[in-house]
Design a protein around this ligand. Structure first.
Ligand code: E4P
Length: 219
């Protein structure tokens, strides 16, 4: 299972990279805005800076919503670095753009996916990744994990190579549930990844080991 971090913060990306478990990064316009990244040149430079930190795919989302504009914007994004994955919204022109990019060897991430039917379309168009948003489904009292299960079943039925990138992951239980179902990738905040470290028995066990060592090794 690949771990992506869902942020545009270079500090958090570096921290996850230093932990040694990071496989990629996803961003979106909201995350870029949160870091105050504005203006085309700054945006392009920021994506390049992310690519220099992480060894893996970096999703950069198009702002355009028409086929022609998405193609132009996506091709420009893809030129920044070979790690760039063009993130395209699940709309009619987005599906056409994903088909266009996939025929030209440009990696894509179909975002804002909330149903199995949308995921099936993304796979048919040749998306590299499909991003079902589990947290946002949970937010409206709909079990996001059911969607991951449905997509896993459909993709396995037909051997689609599109990778299921469970997005909008919010906490460590989401990560574990995705791992049990067999999502190929999860993307979430650094806090969700770091929370996997925690167990009180680890803390108390380590404290006792160190205390016992200190008893017989006192100066
Ligand atoms: C996915 O690629 C999105 O950037 C992201 O996971 C959305 O997460 P949120 O619902 O926590 O904003």
């Amino acid at each position: 299972m690949k771990f992506f971090i869902d942020t545009a913060s270079l500090k958090e990306i570096q921290e996850a990279q230093d932990l040694g478990v990071l496989d990629g990064v996803t961003t979106n316009p909201s995350l870029m805005a949160k870091e105050g990244i504005a203006g085309k040149n700054n945006v392009m430079r920021h994506y390049k800076a992310i690519c220099e930190i992480v060894d893996g795919d970096v999703s950069a989302e198009v702002i355009s919503t028409t086929f022609e504009e998405m193609i132009a914007e996506g091709e420009e994004l893809a030129e920044i670095d070979e790690q760039i994955v063009v993130k395209v919204p699940m709309i009619k022109d987005g599906i056409k753009a994903i088909k266009y990019f996939s025929e030209r060897g440009i990696k894509t991430n179909c975002t804002l996916v909330f149903s199995a039917g949308q995921a099936l379309l993304a796979a048919k168009a040749g998306a590299t990744y499909v991003s079902p948003f589990v947290g946002r489904l949970d937010d409206i009292s709909t079990d996001g994990m059911n969607l991951i299960e449905d997509i896993r079943l459909i993709y396995d039925n037909y051997g689609f190579e599109t990778q299921i990138l469970a997005a909008s992951v919010r906490h460590p239980m989401h990560i574990l549930q995705c791992a049990k179902i067999g999502a190929d990738v999860m993307t979430g905040p650094l806090s969700a990844i770091m929370a996997l470290l925690n167990h009180p028995l680890t803390d108390s066990g380590l404290a006792k080991f160190l205390a016992d060592y200190a008893k017989v090794n006192a100066k």
